[in-house]
Design a protein around this ligand. Structure first.
Ligand code: NAI
Length: 731
């Protein structure tokens, strides 16, 4: 990798006569920049002045072959500093606002002068210098600015009220400059350094002053000021060779106001624990994120109003939790090899890689459908959520939070699939509602795959529902070691334009004005597209692109990706589980987190046998008993029942066993697996619920109405279940 150089750049470092500033000036000088070494040369409290400090550093730079000029003005005269740069070198590219003094006093003893001097040097000084440079940077469409804050500002520190206030003021200034400068390629970042210097030698033991060298801070400043660095508006703590980034975190909070009621301090008191609860906290990154919550609260409280005015409305009567167990209309999806290939192109496959050909060419002897295509037949169910009674979902507020996909067989490269979606759970997260939507996709009667969509409906929380669900497939953090493998793939500028042809037509991914309304600088890539990239990276790295090895995937969508950016998939192998984390390479921002792909072991042939084997199920016993009974009195049962029953027994949301009870012909039959013809009725039920029904703990009708027992086909035949299942309560 090439070294970071600053040839042709003009850098101003204020307060560069000693301490941290001197270190920055030397480092920039060494790497080719022309440096203005500014220092008033006063004492630590802001008294006196001298040219010696700045001159000394300029001599050092020149002695090492660098270009430098001394300036002795106070930062309060910002114009003069910038003029010096322009006069000597013709431009100004980088401004490091570093000059500083201390006037520590406990708050009660802080004089006006203590307050004002600190603010004049730190905050007003940085303002004056930066404003003088601003128009020049705008014109040349390049600028890098550093503000120097302090841990005292971020966290507070005894005796530094004046200093803390000014130092956090600098962060506020930087946050706004980052926004105003962005489109001119002017980036402004803030550091909170810790280093031994004359400012810290009064408060730190000498050993520490000695060890915390200023040279451990300078490399961060240089990187942030380089043209290659795209960081903007960020805050870093830095010292001792360690660098960390800070951000805001906000609890989900709680709305304590209700329609037509006064907001009271008592309501605030009573909701205090929730207001302060950081479980599932969000990390607002900009003022839009912040304001959006308020707009949503306003509109929600307003909606409550309308519900009240119209007490007969369905939404007014129903609680979102009542939607649990509801099924959406069955969806049919027909596709040909064209859709399979289009999807592969959509997730970045290319003929440039010869191994990709089997996903791109229908004439290939091993033509295959990518496993993550399994989300495609199921995805429209997310939009179908708006029609579920009780949920009352506004689709513009829907965020796709997490995705789990499990395959029971490799997907065919063409065919007609049916998908059945059910609301598995509804969670109340305060600021929003999470809907867990599960979708089973079949080819005929054969279950091909299971999807669990986790969608967040911003602003729809606060209905008193539960906060967590045992049904949710959890994300898992990667192991705490560097990744075992990394694959980087650049998305194309048209990646979203291509991916949407696989069926997600949301204009957010193509229409610039629509994206702008959503607060994005341009249309963003589909989360499920990055998901497809990551999954095929794992398939390539650990499964030799063999789709039959793919078992399941789980991801959390963290941040958007812009088409054209590079996706970097980091992978950790732990047995048959490959943990993944996906980042945008250019920014380092994580886009998929807590993610993993589970693979079948090389020798595991269960994929071709349908749903994976599971340990003994409780329901196995019951079916064994039914088999015995059919053997004894099968013919009699056939007469009474005359139907074929299919069973899908689930565990943790996935079908793990299929049974067919054929009581239509001969002496009846029970066998494991699906029926070759058409069943009259098929039941889907969890293993434990099945046992509760059999043992009479739950009435089958109740299980049906609560969504725990799903029935497809001739529902009237369920009544005959009793004939088959009775007398098993003793089991
Ligand atoms: P330092 O005292 O060695 O350097 C500050 C320099 O600023 C001095 O050379 C001083 O002459 C100059 N200066 C003061 N007023 C000026 C003015 N009006 N115009 C031009 N120059 C002026 O201190 P250090 O530690 O290197 O501090 C650098 C910056 O880092 C300061 O802003 C300080 O508040 C900040 N900081 C330092 C920490 C540390 O651990 N050293 C901790 C947190 C923040």
């Amino acid at each position: 990798m090439k070294s970071l150089m600053f040839d042709g750049r003009v850098v101003l470092v204020t307060g560069a006569g000693g301490g941290l500033g001197r270190e920055y000036a030397l480092a920039f000088g060494e790497r080719g920049a022309a440096v203005i070494v500014n220092d008033l040369g006063g004492d630590i409290k802001g008294g006196g002045r001298s040219s010696a400090a700045a001159d000394g550093v300029v001599e050092e730079i020149r002695a090492r072959g660098g270009k430098a000029l001394a300036n002795y003005d106070s930062v309060e005269d910002g114009e003069k500093l910038i003029q010096a740069a322009l006069d000597a070198f013709g431009r100004i590219d980088v401004v490091i606002n570093n000059a500083g003094i201390l006037r520590d006093r406990s708050f009660g003893r802080t004089s006006d002068l203590d307050w004002d001097l600190i603010h004049r040097v730190h905050l007003r000084g940085a303002f004056q210098v930066t404003r003088a440079a601003w128009e020049h940077m705008k014109k040349q469409k390049f600028g890098r600015i550093i503000m120097t804050s302090s841990a005292a500002g971020i966290y507070g520190n005894f005796g530094q009220a004046n200093y803390s206030a000014a130092k956090l003021g600098l962060l506020g200034l930087a946050n706004t400059l980052a926004i105003e400068g962005q489109k001119y390629n002017i980036h402004c970042n803030t550091i909170a350094p810790t280093a031994g210097s004359r400012l810290t030698q009064t408060v730190m033991p000498p050993d520490l002053v000695e060890s915390l060298k200023a040279e451990y801070v300078a490399p961060l400043v240089l990187w942030l000021c380089h043209g290659d660095c795209q960081e903007n508006g960020a805050l870093f703590e830095v010292g001792a060779g360690w660098i960390g980034k800070l951000r805001w975190e906000r609890s989900l909070g709680r709305t304590v106001r209700h329609n037509n009621h006064n907001m009271t301090p008592e309501a605030v008191r009573d909701a205090w624990n929730e207001i302060c609860d950081f479980t599932d906290a969000t990390k607002p990154a900009n003022i839009q994120d912040s304001l959006q919550t308020l707009v949503e609260v306003l509109s929600r409280v307003d909606t409550e109003d309308r519900i009240k005015v119209n007490p007969t409305s369905a939404a007014g009567r129903m609680n979102p939790s009542d939607a649990v167990g509801r099924s959406l209309a069955e969806m049919s999806f027909t596709y040909t090899h064209m859709n399979t290939i289009l999807y592969a192109l959509g997730v970045g496959m290319s003929t440039k890689d010869p191994h990709h050909l089997k996903f791109l060419y229908e004439g290939h002897e091993d033509f295959s459908c990518l496993p993550t295509f399994g989300v495609i037949p199921a995805q429209s169910s997310m939009m179908g959520l708006s029609s579920v009674p009780g949920l009352d979902i506004n689709l513009t507020r829907l965020l796709h939070g997490e995705q789990h996909l499990e395959l029971f067989k490799p997907l065919p490269t063409s065919g007609t699939l049916t998908s059945k979606a059910t609301v598995a759970d509804v969670l109340d997260k305060g600021s929003g509602m999470i809907v867990l939507l599960e979708v089973h996709t079949y080819s005929g009667h054969e279950l091909l795959c299971y999807n669990q969509f986790s969608v967040f409906i911003v602003g729809a929380g606060g209905f008193g529902g539960k906060r967590t669900s045992e049904k949710a497939v959890a994300t898992v953090p990667p192991p705490n070691r560097p990744p075992d493998a990394v694959i980087v793939d650049q998305t194309s500028k048209d990646q979203a334009a291509l991916y949407r042809l696989s069926g997600d037509w949301n204009p957010l991914h193509i229409d610039p004005s629509f994206a702008a309304m959503g607060g994005f600088k341009s249309p963003i890539l589909h989360g499920l597209c990055s998901f497809g990239f990551a999954a095929r990276h794992v398939l390539k790295q650990y499964a030799d692109n063999d789709v039959s090895r793919f078992k399941s995937i789980k991801v959390r969508f963290v941040k958007p990706v812009y088409p054209g950016q590079s996706l970097q998939t980091e992978m950790w192998k732990e047995g048959n589980r490959i943990h993944i984390q996906c980042k945008v390479k250019e920014t380092g921002g994580v886009v998929l987190s807590g993610a993993y792909v589970d693979l079948h072991a090389v020798t595991d042939s269960s994929v071709s046998r349908g749903p994976p084997e599971t340990d003994e199920l409780q329901s196995d016993l019951v079916f064994a008993e039914i088999r015995r009974r059919i053997r004894d009195v099968g013919a009699e049962l056939v007469k009474k029942v005359n139907a074929v029953f299919g069973w899908e027994i689930t565990k943790d949301g996935s079908t793990v066993r299929q049974w067919t009870i054929d009581l239509k012909s001969g002496g009846g039959d029970l066998h494991r697996g699906e029926y070759k013809g058409k069943t009259d009725v098929t039941f889907t039920v969890a293993d434990d619920v099945f046992m509760d029904v059999v043992q009479g703990k739950i009435d089958p009708q109740k299980a049906f109405f609560s969504g725990k027992l799903k029935v497809r086909g001739n529902i009237m035949l369920s009544q005959k279940l009793e004939v088959i299942l009775k007398d098993y309560a003793k089991l």
